[in-house]
Design a protein around this ligand. Structure first.
Ligand SMILES: Nc1ncnc2c1ncn2[C@@H]1O[C@H](COP(=O)(O)OP(=O)(O)OP(=O)(O)O)[C@@H](O)[C@H]1O
Ligand SMILES: [Mg+2]
Length: 316
């Protein structure tokens, strides 16, 4: 196993730089997560995995500008974010559609805010591409109450894609989808990301999905006082395919590492950190980069990280 500390955490020129985030909902309770720092480069696809309640959605909401951290900052393209913006498209865990609008209307509403000068026809035609992409052609005139959970989730995905944001923030976007639809949309997501250098921050509970889509996987320890314990670098080739990636022995090394973290190590890490007295802000520590299955010195870690796919910057 090869490891390396995350030298990018200082990241003044990173696309996104998250510095020392702590979130405390109540002063008499320990923070949900503490001193979370990481960077995201343009074109990177980052997945976050961790147990329920560790604070994944809260971090995503802070990145979206919808939630304020108790401590710390989020810098996007050298500017601290102070609220939501159309440069960040969000797919929420709970759909968050406007209930009085149709599928088409929900998407048109978002497209109009992004492109206020466009004609109604252009807005509808643009939205239609994304409605088709998520397999909802024919359901344009339906309201959210007439849709299944998976269909609502797909409207949320189409809406986020339709505003063509610089960064997509996806909170378990495929959780409610059947396997077939999930596969189609994952493939579409990869295609779009590859073509547009899309930067993605995605929460998932599905380790196979994380290995297919991301080039780095952040592991969050259990809360309270959750933190980014490690960042696993996906060393599978960039052109991996869902149908064949399990033939690569490296797939199982990465998968076993992630599963082992979820079933065992996330708990152990929280036991050693979770019940500490509240001592104020802990000094920033560099997060370890991990290369499961690679012997120390077997490959230059930075070179591997750059080659690991889908490094969208490299292949776009
Ligand atoms: N508005 C709130 N007020 C108080 N506590 C909150 C609030 N929102 C979230 N929490 C708490 O913060 C913790 C983290 O919540 P969050 O939704 O970020 O977890 P998560 O990692 O996304 O979980 P899941 O995998 O179940 O979606 C939980 O313990 C939750 O109860
Ligand atoms: Mg969540």
């Amino acid at each position: 196993m090869s490891t390396k500390s995350n030298s990018q955490t200082s990241g003044a020129t990173s696309f996104v730089s998250v510095e020392g985030l702590t979130k405390r909902y109540r002063d008499d309770l320990p923070p949900v997560f503490e001193n979370v720092s990481f960077t995201i480069e343009q074109g990177e696809f980052i997945c976050v995995i961790g147990h329920s309640g560790c604070g994944k959605s809260t971090i995503l909401n802070v990145l979206a500008g919808l939630e304020r951290p108790s401590e710390g900052h989020v810098i996007v393209r050298n500017r601290e974010i102070s609220g939501p913006g159309l440069d960040r498209g969000v797919v929420f865990q709970n759909h968050a559609l406007l209930p009085w609008m149709t599928v088409e209307g929900n998407i048109a509403f978002a497209v109009r805010s992004r492109y206020p000068d466009w004609t109604r026809e252009r807005i509808i035609a643009h939205g239609a591409r994304f409605i088709e992409m998520v397999g909802l052609k024919g359901a344009e005139k339906k309201k959210p109450s007439e849709l299944s959970g998976g269909m609502k989730q797909r409207v949320g995905i189409a809406r986020a894609f339709a505003i063509e944001p610089r960064m997509l923030l996806l909170d378990e976007p495929f959780g409610a989808l059947d396997a077939l639809t999930r596969g189609v949309i994952q493939d579409e997501l990869l295609k779009i990301c590859t073509a547009t250098q899309q930067t993605v921050f995605m929460i998932t509970h599905d380790v196979d999905e994380a290995i297919l889509l991301s080039n780095k996987i952040m592991l969050m320890s259990n809360g309270p006082r959750a933190r980014i314990a490690e960042i696993v670098v996906n060393t599978l080739p960039a052109n991996r395919q869902r149908e064949t990636m399990h033939h690569d022995p490296q797939f199982y090394r990465i998968r076993n590492y992630l599963v082992d973290f979820l079933v065992r190590r996330s708990k152990e890490l929280s036991a050693t950190h979770g019940d500490r007295p509240d001592t104020g802000r802990v000094a920033a520590a560099a997060t370890r980069l991990v290369y499961p299955g690679l012997d120390d010195g077997a490959a230059a870690p930075v070179a591997v990280a750059r080659a690991a796919g889908p490094n969208l910057k490299a292949i776009a």
